[in-house]
Ligand binder design. Structure first.
Ligand code: MG
Ligand code: ZN
Length: 226
């Protein structure tokens, strides 16, 4: 892994491209969310469940970043929405140039919600703006509950924490209250939702969050001068 975030030039160029993406999303009222977590936190499972539960008629699309394989894209494609794999070829994060290229042959006018599943990594995806409306961090109950303390950067920048795989709580030694407290300490006011892609716990709350953000994005686009 290269220590890319230390390079200010690369980040400035990324910010320039991200601004272009953000403008394209905002003009259309397209909601874009960037899902970030460690490997194995359940991003793909959450997306599978979310796509099948979206309100009828929602035009969703997914970009999924993976260092090597396209397994996640194939899983997500089963939900019947457009999905594109971004193979980073060893790079441990997505950047705005990769997203720009991936969106090149999609018509953004046909998309209401764009989900970006970032590469499983809690460090550099934090620094790379993809033009998204919100970063969302996932923490599964199979991980250490001290992740907010160990990786404060992503917890500070994320608007929403999804504590995932809560169906496994009876079988693991994960202190939900402590995890929530640490997240709140690192980022006071961070929204937190407990979800299980298996049982559906928390899905209503998560879908309501998405719907609220979609409405906000649509209203904001109505205010963008032509
Ligand atoms: Mg995945
Ligand atoms: Zn990286």
């Amino acid at each position: 892994m290269k220590a890319v975030p230390a390079d200010g030039r690369i980040l400035r160029e990324n910010d320039r491209l991200a601004a272009g993406l953000r403008e394209a999303f905002e003009q259309r009222g397209l909601l874009c969310v960037n899902l970030i977590s460690a490997p194995g936190s359940g991003k793909t499972s959450l997306l599978e469940r979310t796509l099948t539960a979206l309100p009828a008629g929602t035009r969703a699309a997914v970009l999924t970043g993976d260092i090597q394989t396209d397994n996640d894209a194939r899983r997500i494609a089963r939900a019947g929405f457009p999905v594109k794999q971004i193979s980073t070829g060893g790079i441990c994060h997505l950047d705005a140039a990769m997203v720009t290229r991936a969106l090149d042959d999609w018509n953004l006018d046909d998309i209401d919600v764009l989900f970006i599943e970032n590469v499983g990594n809690l460090v550099c995806p934090t620094s790379f703006d993809l033009g998204e409306h919100a970063k969302i961090v996932l923490l599964s109950v199979t991980e250490g509950e001290d992740k907010p303390e160990k990786y404060p950067g992503i917890y500070r920048r994320a608007e929403l924490l999804l504590i995932t795989k809560t169906d496994l709580l009876p079988h693991v030694d994960f202190d939900v209250a402590r995890a929530r407290g640490l997240a709140q300490h690192v980022h006071p006011g961070i929204r937190q939702i407990l979800v299980s892609s298996r049982t559906g716990e928390g899905m209503d709350e998560w879908l309501t969050w998405l719907a609220t953000r979609r409405t906000r994005a649509a209203l904001a686009s109505a205010e963008v001068p032509e």
